[in-house]
Design a protein around this ligand. Structure first.
Ligand code: SF4
Length: 230
């Protein structure tokens, strides 16, 4: 029984952290308030960038050159979320501008969209040293800002690129190979994971699966009469 309650408390804690990340600090149905948290509100992307400031909330600030906030159409229906900045992104301060970025641009174009029509961001906004994987404390520190960006943009679909993006957004440790190609729900937003373009550069034989996933996105947008980006 003790283990059962521990599991419930753990699940509740995870859910409350998620709500906090979304900027939700009270539960209307129960009237519960989370003392000390900022009031719930949807900020503009400019306001979120201002709040992020010269962020030192995790240790990645020590080695980064630039904070890579994200870029694109702030009113898009389709958002792409990758893992984190690499060398080129760190230098330029823009997401997905290296070789993997060029491939992402072609992937976006494969469904007749231009890069400028979608919004592109990452799970973490600062480059990890030697492009190592982001660590849990770094993801946790950065995640609330990504969730605020999602709230500001309110896309219909998020394409999660790669393991860290999919697992963080969906709060799961399931492998990307099992997650990809299916639609999941994130507070009413469809999330479809697929392989990261950097993985495709190393494993070009997997491009076909990404093409299939992109077709699902295009079909969903057409079936829901979302024919063009706002
Ligand atoms: S990764 Fe995110 S939380 Fe960490 S320093 Fe950069 S902006 Fe701040």
């Amino acid at each position: 029984m003790g283990q059962y309650f521990q599991e419930i408390i753990s699940n509740l804690k995870t859910y409350l952290e998620y709500l906090k990340g979304m900027g939700i600090t009270s539960l209307p149905s129960s009237g519960i308030k989370f003392e000390g948290l900022p009031s719930p509100q949807i900020l503009s992307l400019e306001e979120i960038r201002k709040e992020l400031g010269d962020c030192k909330r995790c240790k990645l600030h020590r080695t980064r050159r630039t904070i890579v906030f994200g870029e694109g159409n702030p009113k898009t229906n389709l958002m792409f979320i990758g893992e984190g900045p690499g060398y080129d992104e760190d230098v330029q301060g823009r997401p997905f501008v290296g070789k993997a970025g060029q491939l992402l641009t072609r992937i976006i174009q494969s469904i007749n969209l231009q890069r400028e029509e979608v919004y592109i961001a990452n799970i973490i906004k600062c480059r990890p040293p030697q492009n190592r994987n982001p660590e849990p404390d770094e993801i946790q520190s950065c995640h609330p800002f990504l969730m605020k960006q999602i709230m500001a943009i309110q896309p219909k679909i998020i394409c999660a690129l790669g393991t860290f993006s999919a697992q963080t957004l969906l709060k799961t440790d399931t492998k990307i190979s099992a997650l990809r190609g299916k639609f999941y729900d994130l507070e009413g937003i469809k999330v479809i994971p697929t392989y990261h373009p950097a993985f495709l550069l190393r494993n070009p034989e997997r491009k076909k699966e990404v093409w299939e996933d992109m077709k699902k996105i295009a079909e969903w947008l057409i079936n829901n009469k979302i024919k063009e980006m706002e």
